[in-house]
Ligand binder design. Sequence first.
Ligand code: AMP
Length: 286
Amino acid sequence: MMLVESCPQKTWQHVNSARQRGLLTGCVPTMGALHQGHFSLMQRARLDCGFVTATIFVNPTQFGPQEDFSKYPRTLEADLELCRQAGVDLVFTPQTDRMYASDAETTVRVGRLSTVLEGAHRPGHFDGVTTVVTKLLLITQPERAYFGQKDFQQQLIVKRMVRDLNIPTEIVTCPIIRESDGLAMSSRNRYLSSVERQTATSLWGALQLAQHLCGQSQAVPAAVEQQMQQKLLQTAGVELQYAVLADPETLLPLPERVSAGTKAVALIAARVGSTRLIDNQLLTFG
Ligand code: AMP
């Protein structure tokens, strides 16, 4: 039977008792409005671990003042059903006031990595993420925690934080789950009108173009980037925020020339209508 808990202390006790029974503990942190992307993380955790906790918490501190916190989709009943189907043992779904005391003063901040790309477009976002992830890891005590490559910068930052703070959790990154036409699954896709939903596939189109161009011999990073940007700028209904290639470990720009075998990540953020979408693809230069 799946347990559902809103109390941090009781959650910690459930997990602790599983650990004492010798079970490997895993955690899948989410904001709910679950889809097949989340499901794949829970399935992977189920395969690896003897005790799986999923967390469902729409974390206010990672939303900017103009962002969609209040209208973020909340679908708890359907979410719990999906967790059940994935074989989750415990769902931790706290109220905001159980997570944040009104006089809380502590923030966990990762340095440069959290100031570029998403961090530059969403100031303070990653401070909210790293603070809540730290709290969720302390509450759910996982030996492994599962994050999606969909939020590429997020998983990189969480890995850096866990290493820097000696948090005894291994961060496992899981592949991006896509719709059949390539659109990366996201809780925010439900905001898209049917025309916008069509337009949104252009992000995947641009990533595929980047992949194709990188595969050609002597490809030049700046030229690949430019073509990716051009493709998106020419798509009606897309308001491009960034489309860049970066080093997949540091998110620093690539050198002007790269040798065959160089790894990179293409990262895109764009608005389609009022919905902000992100996507990415790992690349290897040919
Ligand atoms: P969220 O509920 O959006 O905070 O996402 C919770 C976790 O699910 C994060 O680690 C995301 O990266 C991951 N995730 C979201 N969408 C996908 C997807 N399409 N494929 C794989 N993982 C995903």
